[in-house]
Design a protein around this ligand. Structure first.
Ligand code: OGA
Ligand code: ZN
Ligand code: ZN
Length: 452
């Protein structure tokens, strides 16, 4: 019975004189179950939330030394655990039951769930809840069927409010940059390092995650080599342009100004797709033409600048869905996306800018001028010489960048002055992030079946 174990727990706690042996106390008035503010709860627990967790690192290690001291019932719905740093975490019974890590609820090898979530009674409650004397496990016996669950309390603490993916993420912090900072940092690495060692590869992936751009030097200037380099990140994303694309000037340039010698203003590629490519690689095979310098701008930096400088302009660019499209003999794409896309916590998640493929705006009259003004303001900041990184890509240089963060462009070149040839390819963002997680894993620990 629930109430009996409350009493026992209370007595045990008294008997051991503050040894934090057992936890549930009958004398604690169950407080009204509050609607949980996940964000606040996660902040209290040192966690950050982000929409799809691409740009997130959590403070899992910050929980070192943290132990549960006791737990109190919350009405009939769950428990509140009080930690030795005086923070608290609330856990609904149904959520706890759903996250039982035992081998009959979670397949130990595949880590896929065996428990059928919809079959858990909505009013499930515990018959007994205990924290073991070391604070190392939270043990629950369920009232409806006597099932026993054993949880790692710290893992529970880290999990509440976020997916386990949030907890796992030990990715580097994002560092935004302008010309001065990126010129000092210049994230670059040798081809031989990324191709021949796992350590070099991981260094490169982390660099790319942190700065959104990384330069690879001494890549053999061979056709298709961009695919070999791309495959050191993950599988290549094929698009209508093929597995890779060539940027060369053509006599008949089809749908693209890129195939002329014209300047390309800073942009992100393929905003007209429902998911624009996450990672882009550009490999220089020939750079004999005059001009054609490569330009890069940290979109996160300019977005944060706008947020500070003109919050209402920032708000407009995060809320107005801008149409992008492209049409040619073999394609006809249309998509709407805000120029600055925020995650659900208001963090800048993506940038979508491409004046060439941006379509007619259909805006309420009162928004027309403020939108154009905000777009102009952002663009002026993008075009400031103090914002951009300029690189003269030479044959054998390869630049890889986050196409939803870093804008790229080029100065004009004269096709008659010599050959210029780039080969590029794309990789989905989730493939990159997945590989970053896999490669960042600490030495594989022996799996402990049944412990979450
Ligand atoms: C493109 C492009 C860059 C370059 O084709 O979309 O940005 O330097 N090309 O030609
Ligand atoms: Zn179980
Ligand atoms: Zn481009």
């Amino acid at each position: 019975m629930f109430s009996r174990s409350w009493t026992i727990a209370h007595q045990q706690r008294r008997n051991v004189g503050g040894k934090q042996q057992t936890i549930l106390r009958k004398d604690v008035q169950p407080s009204l179950q509050q609607r949980v503010n996940w964000n606040a709860l996660c902040r209290n627990n040192g966690l950050q939330l982000s929409n799809n967790n691409r740009f997130l690192s959590t403070a899992a290690s910050a929980s070192k030394g943290i132990k549960p001291t006791f737990a109190v019932p919350q009405s009939h719905n769950g428990i509140k655990v009080v930690w030795n740093d005086n923070t608290t975490s609330e856990f609904h019974y149904i959520w706890l039951r759903d996250n039982c890590p035992c081998v009959s609820c979670k397949h130990p090898e595949t880590k896929q769930k065996l428990l059928d979530t919809p079959s858990i009674p909505l009013d499930i409650s515990a018959q007994n809840v205990e924290i073991d004397p070391t604070g190392g496990s939270l043990d629950v016996i369920w009232k409806n069927d006597g099932h026993k669950s054993k949880y790692d309390p710290l893992r529970l603490r880290e999990m509440v409010g976020g997916s386990s993916r949030h907890v796992k993420a030990k990715l580097p912090d994002i560092e935004v940059w302008d010309t001065t900072t990126i010129t000092k940092l210049l994230p670059e690495i040798q081809y031989s390092d990324i191709m021949t060692s796992e350590e070099g590869r991981l260094k490169w992936l982390r660099m790319l995650y942190k700065y959104g751009v990384a330069l690879v030097r001494n890549v053999p200037p061979k056709e298709n080599e961009v695919l070999n380099v791309g495959r050191r990140i993950s599988c290549i994303k094929e698009t209508t342009y093929g597995l890779l694309f060539d940027v060369v000037s053509k006599a008949t340039p089809d749908a693209h100004l890129a195939y002329t010698g014209r300047e390309l203003a800073h942009h992100t590629d393929m905003n007209y797709k429902e998911n624009s490519p996450g990672i882009q690689l550009l490999h220089s095979l020939k750079s004999e033409a005059t001009g054609g310098r490569s330009l890069f701008v940290d979109g996160f930096y300019v977005a944060e600048w706008l947020r500070k400088t003109d919050p209402s302009a920032f708000h407009l660019l995060t809320s107005v869905e801008v149409p992008f499209a492209i049409e040619s003999s073999n394609m006809d794409y249309f998509e709407e996306v805000p120029i600055i896309r925020l995650d659900k916590d208001g963090k800048v998640m993506e940038i979508h800018v491409n004046n060439r493929t941006m379509q007619t705006l259909r805006l309420p009259q009162q928004i027309v001028l403020p939108f154009y003004s905000a777009y102009r303001m952002l663009t002026e900041k993008i075009r400031e010489p103090a914002t951009e990184l300029q690189i003269d890509l030479r044959a054998g240089d390869l630049v890889v960048f986050n196409n939803r963060r870093v804008l790229h462009g080029r100065t004009a070149f004269d096709p008659s002055s010599g050959d210029r040839h780039l080969q590029g390819c794309y990789i989905d963002m989730d493939e990159f992030i997945s590989q970053l997680h896999v490669s960042s894993r600490p030495q594989q620990k022996a799996p402990q079946p049944g412990v979450m």
